[in-house]
Design a protein around this ligand. Structure first.
Ligand SMILES: [Zn+2]
Length: 164
């Protein structure tokens, strides 16, 4: 059963991201096939007026797609229309799960956001994205270290094979 706020949190989060990064052209979201029309209409409203949050061209050029892996759970007709796998210029190396990863980290917050006023959502999502950025920055060295260890391991294995 849909919650009373429907897609409000998704729309607020996407709008906030686009206001900070108007160069974003690809948006992957698991529910793209259900939310695309509503999302684009709501984002379009945010381009209007003197206090517009978003640029018109940002919204016009935004492509809303279902991540490939998640897309396999949808019908073939849906995949052809929404999966990044079947879209031109979708980026062959981007599976689209990055956004899901952000939603997953924000889940406890989004559960609380249900009880906040829309004005509070903006502040909260803003703070969440800042927190997430700091968290990513802190995690990055560890991720790179792991990657390097993996490359080292592969190189040693290849070296051993070439000698035998
Ligand atoms: Zn679908």
């Amino acid at each position: 059963m849909p919650a009373p706020e429907q897609w409000a949190f998704h729309i607020a989060a996407v709008a906030e991201a686009l206001s900070r990064r108007p160069d974003i052209r690809q948006l992957y979201i698991d529910i793209a096939c259900r939310i695309r029309a509503t999302l684009l209409a709501e984002l379009q409203k945010l381009t209007e007026g003197a206090q517009a949050l978003l640029l018109e061209e940002t919204v016009e050029q935004l492509r809303v797609m279902v991540p490939w892996m998640h897309g396999f759970d949808h019908s073939m007709a849906c995949q052809k229309e929404f999966s990044g796998l079947y879209q031109e210029r979708a980026g062959r190396h981007a599976g689209g799960e990055q956004m899901e990863w952000i939603w997953a980290r924000g889940k406890p917050l989004f559960l609380l956001a249900r009880y906040m006023t829309p004005a509070r959502w903006w502040d909260t999502i803003n703070a969440f994205l800042a927190f997430l950025t700091r968290q990513l920055q802190a995690e990055l060295p560890g991720v790179l270290e792991k990657r390097l260890a993996g490359i080292d391991k592969t190189m040693m294995l290849l070296l051993r094979r070439s000698r035998s």
